[in-house]
Design a protein around this ligand. Structure first.
Ligand code: URA
Length: 445
């Protein structure tokens, strides 16, 4: 059966919902190259203007999930649980929560993406470890998951290829920002990745896709419903992304911070969010009966060093050099270092996540377009975080840059987003809300 894409766009624009058969056709015909970018871009604009019903979002998700390989994880004996973040600045939670959850007995088979724009990507961060491979075949991915319970690899091109193609077009045509399109894009990949349980970290604030708690709640609710309809157990944690998470933003510098948290130190916000995500992973996977018990298990895996050992084991299995984790910036050296300092002593009243993310990108840590390369040595070290006091002449942020010019642009971005004054900062807890149909409200803090 074939349809006329222009007619479908007109109907969408007039407010009609499209059928499952029509949406499946759009995805199949576009992936096969039978319809070009221009008419699909027009359809995407109609979708952004009118939105998608829950039923349409479900059919789109299913069509994209089934556009490529559906990973079969049935050979893995342990319960499998995946984790996804909707993106942030300084968000290295996967690198901490994954090993903690794996050390507590679940299997974490995780496919991750690269950074784009001001948000970082786990694969870029992991590749800052000398020798580490993320381009695993499906067989290698499943074998490592089976043997050691933890694998983080780059998303294979066979997994939800329709989403890869559609996302590139959305990026080029300014049609990323639609709840139904974001939910179907994320959930098609997660459903195709095969885990029985999925925990979502849905970020909220200036550095996130979702600016308000209401928007984030709506996105999380939609993704939970899509996952449950596909037979997966789901939970979501809404986290603050108005300011960066932790004190490191970039690639090697974020792995260094994740390793510090796994070693028992590091910033409190990274530790807290990672422990809570790990605990949610344990309950959602069904290996712990409630959140208090799961928190206990996660905390003890962190304190005992079992999680740090699990991370080192994963690095070794993916041919990385775990001794790099003991070196400053994993042994990388940035070409140029500059300081962002305060003109006067005072309190860091505001440190805007978006500006900090853009500064890290400008320093060399991110990519403006898909396919750009990143410099693993670059990024930012936050010396005084939002709410902390700083003194005149003392650096607030150290900029690790690819060149002096890169550093200049990064400093300009920081000037836009950092306010130092005598006013206290707004109180912002790093964790905002837990969403799950499986956990009782008394489980929440
Ligand atoms: N991340 C995705 O994978 N897809 C989107 O549409 C937005 C964020």
């Amino acid at each position: 059966m074939s349809f006329d894409i222009r007619r479908l766009s007109e109907r969408k624009l007039s407010g009609e919902a499209l059928s499952g058969e029509e949406l499946r056709w759009v995805i199949e015909a576009y992936t096969a190259g039978e319809i070009g970018d221009a008419p699909v871009a027009a359809w995407l604009m109609a979708v952004c203007a009118k939105g998608l019903s829950d039923e349409e979002t479900w059919h789109l998700t299913q069509a994209m999930a089934h556009s490529g390989q559906m990973l079969d994880l049935s050979s893995i004996a342990r319960p499998t649980v995946d984790k996804h973040s909707t993106g942030g600045v300084g968000d290295k939670v996967t690198l901490v929560a994954g090993p903690i959850a794996a050390a507590c007995g679940v299997c974490v088979p995780k496919m991750s993406g690269r950074g784009l724009g001001h948000t970082g990507g786990t694969i870029d961060k992991l590749e800052a470890i000398a020798g580490l491979r993320t381009d695993l075949s499906a067989e290698q991915f499943i074998a490592q998951a089976r043997e050691m319970g933890l694998v983080v690899a780059s998303q294979s091109s066979d997994l939800a290829p329709a989403d890869g193609k559609l996302y590139a077009l959305r990026d080029a045509t300014g049609t990323v920002d639609s709840r139904g399109l974001i939910a179907s894009s994320i959930m098609s990949k997660k459903i195709a990745s095969g885990a029985e349980a999925i925990v979502l970290e849905v970020t909220v604030g200036s550095g996130a896709f979702m600016g308000t708690v209401e928007e984030a709640r709506a996105l999380a609710g939609l993704m939970i419903a899509l996952g449950e309809r596909a037979g997966r157990r789901m939970a979501a944690l809404l986290t603050d992304m108005n300011r960066p998470l932790g004190r490191a933003v970039g690639n090697a510098v974020e792995v260094e911070e994740a390793a510090a948290v796994l070693a028992g130190g590091g910033p409190a916000d990274v530790r807290e969010v990672s422990l809570e995500i790990a605990a949610l992973m344990l309950v959602t996977a069904g290996v712990q009966c409630d959140l208090p018990a799961a928190r206990e298990c996660a905390g003890s895996a962190l304190r005992s060093g079992a999680a740090a050992e699990k991370f080192a084991e994963m690095v070794r299995a993916q041919r990385g050099d775990p001794s790099a984790l003991d070196r400053t910036l994993l042994g990388h050296a940035p070409a140029h270092i500059a300081d962002f300092g305060a003109d006067d002593s005072g309190i860091v009243t505001r440190m805007d996540a978006l500006s900090v993310g853009r500064a890290a990108l400008a320093a060399g840590a991110g990519r403006r377009r898909k396919g750009d390369s990143v410099d693993p040595a670059t990024g930012l070290r936050i010396i005084s975080a939002e709410g902390e006091r700083t003194e005149r002449g003392v650096p607030v942020i150290e900029v690790l840059a690819a060149s002096e010019q890169h550093a200049e642009v990064a400093l300009e971005e920081l000037r836009r987003g950092i306010v130092i004054s005598d006013r206290p900062a707004e109180q912002r807890p790093p964790m905002l809300e837990l969403m799950s149909s499986r956990m009782s409200s008394e489980d929440s803090r």
